[in-house]
Design a protein around this ligand. Sequence first.
Ligand SMILES: [Zn+2]
Length: 348
Amino acid sequence: MKEQLEQIRAQALQELSNGASEEQIEAVRVRVLGRSGELTEIMRRMPEVPRDQRPAVGRMVNEIKQELEERIARLGEQQKRAAMERSLAEARIDVTLPGLSVPRGWLHPVTQSRERMLDILESMGFEVVETPEVEDDFHNFGALNFPPDHPAREMQDTFFLAGGLLLRTHTSNGQIRVMERRKPPLAIVCPGNCYRPDELSVRASPMFSQIEGFMVDRAGIITMAHLKGVLTEFLRAFYGADSGVRFRASFFPFTEPSTEVDISCLLCHGAGCRVCKHSGWTEILGAGMIHPNVLRAVGYDPAEFQGFAFGMGVERTSLLKLGVDDMRLFFENDLRFLRQFRSGEAAI
Ligand SMILES: [Zn+2]
């Protein structure tokens, strides 16, 4: 009996080695210490033991039971501690390290300029409307009174797409899109991207952005005087109250009469310098009274309605405003350049 007990003990201790898994430990506990386990079985067979040996066997059973219970408890502790150490090691955080800095972005200088321009125009009562960049010939040319043989319609001046579509060459399609579905009074500005097959250069880019604006009401209400007043007010709000503004007669298919608008040179303030070719003035936008053919194209009677329209390049106005002398800088996105115009600074 003693030998059997010794064997049970040795076997159990071997199985309860330091590397024993939770399942192995539980298996030993059930087999040896369980209600119908090996030690219980020994106790049940106690009557077979000679009377004088019973106390010694009983003691031995108790000792083994205690030893194994302690061993199992210690292994459980060890496993718990190991699990905790593992999870601590995995989630180790040194709270004394400096945090990761997240760089703050800011708006591109051209976006800042565009938003400033739209802010001014909205404060003057204009409503901002987005119109499509992919257009058909009618909305980009035909309705704007471009004759069928106008050079702007040629391959080298326009990106044509499949199905008779094209990438708009100006935001003037906005006039047609809005007037087609709405009736005057209208005071609208349409910002957006335009495309022309130009090489990227100091002065031009195949993609650029414009703001188109127009104001239409019953005949006699909106005149050339309003055009001059609105544009002068806008340009002085954008470039400074002391900017000179000059209107020159010009020609565009979609306006009659047409005008080009100059502002006094921002560098020499009218005295004459290399940038303004010593004229003291810089051309800034095109405008005019909306051509009667354009009004007819959208179903307006030119005897009943009239209005003015203007269009300007956002990159070009930004170049002058920011004193930048190369259009490509706006598209290369070199952070050393862009950092000079952190939010708000280009718009002030
Ligand atoms: Zn100048």
